[in-house]
Design a protein around this ligand. Sequence first.
Ligand code: BES
Ligand code: MN
Ligand code: ZN
Length: 500
Amino acid sequence: MDVSLRRADLATRPAGMIAVGVPERTRTLTGAAQALDRASRGALSALLASGDFKGRALETALLYPKGIKAKRVLVVGLGAAGSLDAQRLLLAAATATRRARDLGAGTLALALHEQPGVAPALAVRATAEGALLGHHRHTAYHSAPLDPLARVELIGTLPASRALSTALEDGITRGTAIGLARDLGHTPGQDLVPETLAARAREIGRSAGAKVTVFDEAALERLGMGCVLGVGRGSANPPRFIVLDKASEKRGRSATVVLIGKGVTFDTGGYSLKPREGMSKMKYDMGGAAAVLGVFAALPALGLPFRLVGLIPSAENMVSERALKPGDVLRALDGTTVEVTNTDAEGRLLLADALGYARRLDPAVVVDLATLTGAISIALGRHYAGLFTSDDTLADELTRAGDAVGERLWRMPMGEQYLAEMKSDTADYVNANEKREGAASLAASFLQHFARDLRWAHLDIASTGWTYAERADSSRGPNAYGVRLLLQWLESRAGGRSGA
Ligand code: BES
Ligand code: MN
Ligand code: ZN
């Protein structure tokens, strides 16, 4: 789908659909809505006068007015004018492209919001990004092509400028990156194994200007990543540890930010086999890795004043004569020994080695994302991911970033009391006990042991990484939760101070 920016008259613009936003409690139409209303001899004001359309956020009305060139007009509610922000504009754009796509409109002319409230460049970026998010669906495995939109034009009245075209490019880069991360999540386990994930990381890293290193089994052996090797041992598709390293774009010494993403390309549970119900969903057990790769794919839109390192421990959790057995003991990179009481608690094993590796980089801050526990969904439902950190400032930063983009976080407890429940008689720790109570906190507390004194946060995204009911900005299935939150967070760090 082609997304472009132009100065044009909406009324005479040929398109399968025109979309225009109208805030709540609008008495007199202004801007693009007013121009369309005049050309259509009052079609929009008649809609408002009817009371059928209130302008509530993402409410829609479809009109077939005379006097304009386009086939139809979608009026999209923008909600209360006072609370209008970039996120609202993004969702409005997503609503429009989704509707245009589903109606087979072919082309969409989207009126840019040029009223006060959101700076023009930010509005352009959010609209372009939203257009791509609303339009995205995973089509790689359909035999007949699903009808996509050919073109979305963002129509405004402001003169063309460097700032606006950069904003457009940034929005496209971000939207495309999120689509790519979603596609990775959707890809069946047969077609996405650790080595394929590594190959994708190489591509993405290369075009982002990052150095990508992939450790194979021999390298993992040499390094001493016993946990990654253990989890991957049962599969014909060997494990990988992927490192993406992007230097700061600022001269001189700068801090290192590390992002870690769980990259289990399929999780059967191993010998602690999962029940059959819903096991097919476990193809997205690399949702954390997808989020990290999505961030790297979006880096051209960022310009970071610090070094960014992505770490992806990747394995396929399988059953075979070689596979890990309950009771086996693994030695992590940092020397900690772990009795694997449950082979389905594999994510924390992968993350243990990744955290051990992160510590060697002397980072300013580390954030990991992982579809780690079913328990986080029991605790929080589908609207929040779990946030675990002992750093209040970092908790604030991440929570605020998530709120701004609608990827919400809820802080959860962890600590020594939980870890004490995971002592092993045989080794230092067990990877899981039989308790279902507080299982997300047990997992996080296990990770905390490996993070030691790092400034670190763990995001358990098992609750949010899958969209169940279609939303304006996401089809059903893996949704790349975390990319937008991390971009927002990285951006605020970049703007907030020099270095990280
Ligand atoms: N990948 C799963 C967690 C998960 C469950 C993600 C549902 C998304 C949806 C993880 O590896 C796992 O199996 N966790 C176990 C841990 C338990 C054995 C302590 C769980 O949550 O049941
Ligand atoms: Mn598991
Ligand atoms: Zn898993």
